[in-house]
Design a protein around this ligand. Structure first.
Ligand code: CP
Length: 305
């Protein structure tokens, strides 16, 4: 059962605009709840959720766990590094063992693109994708859209530039789908080596010059340079990348407008964004994290109905 048109949240591509709007409206109500002195509601009292993390995470993992606990769900946590996966157990065997403990929903982060889709065809539980390789990170896109809407009032016609390592980014792809469904215009900007060749077929503007992208946009979403996914050199040096694509106060001050600065985290301070910018009043980075809890509460609640 689900109050959305989908039974799992595997990616934003498969989710309708009405679903996204319903999630964002529901998140508004949960944001009000988590700002009350008593932050907990009994909504998922009879539901057990397993958080399966086959890849490192700080924000997403803590945010889902907090969202689940605020909804009064029973929660179990699994980390691949300290599990029997290292003894050769398969993904399906691991998950089926967890499900035999009567788990209703699975929140999963996995390094392989499509892992959530694969799992949804193998097991009888609701799956929420918490990031699958360089494919999708749907709840990040939803919390990003929520945060832009909260800051600017609407997404319709808003110009969002997604800047940096688009090639290795699941955040970029989910953001493109989500923002376009909500009526925003999207640009990607970065060195040609870090922009996938297919990207213009998604209907986004493509720009290689950071200052031009900043002059165009209302919102700059800075992406982390994902050194851990780069098996070859995509740019000559980190210093050169920072000179060409690092967001600095000088660059922001050279604009004749004040843009909103976002970053999904974790931040490489001094690489894609300076400390001054990350901590400036234009940055909504911590607001994104705060909103993530309400948005994830909305997703879990709507999928469970
Ligand atoms: N934004 C994000 O997914 O951060 P984590 O990798 O820390 O979860």
């Amino acid at each position: 059962m689900s109050a959305l048109s989908v039974n799992h949240l595997l990616g934003i591509k498969e989710v309708s605009t009405d679903d996204i709007k319903l999630i964002l409206e529901t998140a508004n109500q949960f944001k009000e709840v988590i700002n009350r002195p008593i932050k907990k509601v009994p909504t998922l009292r009879d539901i057990t959720i397993a958080n399966l993390f086959f890849e490192n995470s700080t924000r997403t993992r803590l945010s889902f766990e907090l969202a689940e606990k605020r909804l009064s769900a029973d929660v179990i946590n699994f980390s691949a590094s300290s599990s029997s996966v290292s003894k050769g157990e398969t993904l399906v065997d691991t998950v089926n063992n967890i499900l035999s403990m009567k788990v209703d929903m699975v929140v999963m982060r996995h390094p392989n693109p499509g892992a959530g889709v694969f799992l949804s065809k193998q097991i009888d539980a609701t799956i929420v994708n918490a990031g699958d390789g360089a494919h999708e990170h749907p709840t990040q896109a939803l919390l990003d859209a929520y945060s832009i809407k909260e800051k600017l009032g609407d997404l319709q016609g808003v110009r969002v530039a997604i800047i940096g390592d688009v090639l290795h980014s699941r955040v970029a792809l989910s953001n493109i789908f989500c923002l376009q469904k909500l009526g925003a215009e999207v640009m990607v900007c970065g060195p040609a080596t870090l922009l996938p060749k297919y990207i213009s077929s998604l209907g986004v503007h493509v720009e290689y010059n950071l200052d031009k992208a900043l002059a165009w946009c209302d919102v700059a979403n800075m992406l982390r340079v994902q050194h851990e996914r780069q098996d070859i050199k995509y740019f000559p040096s980190v210093r050169e990348y920072t000179m060409q694509y690092g967001l600095t106060m000088d660059r922001l001050n050279a604009l004749n407008k004040e843009i909103v600065v976002m970053h999904p985290g974790p931040i490489n301070r001094g690489v894609e964004i300076t400390t001054e910018v990350a901590d400036s009043h234009q940055s909504i980075i911590l607001r994104q994290v705060e909103n993530g809890v309400a948005v994830r509460m909305a997703v879990l609640y709507l999928l469970s109905q």
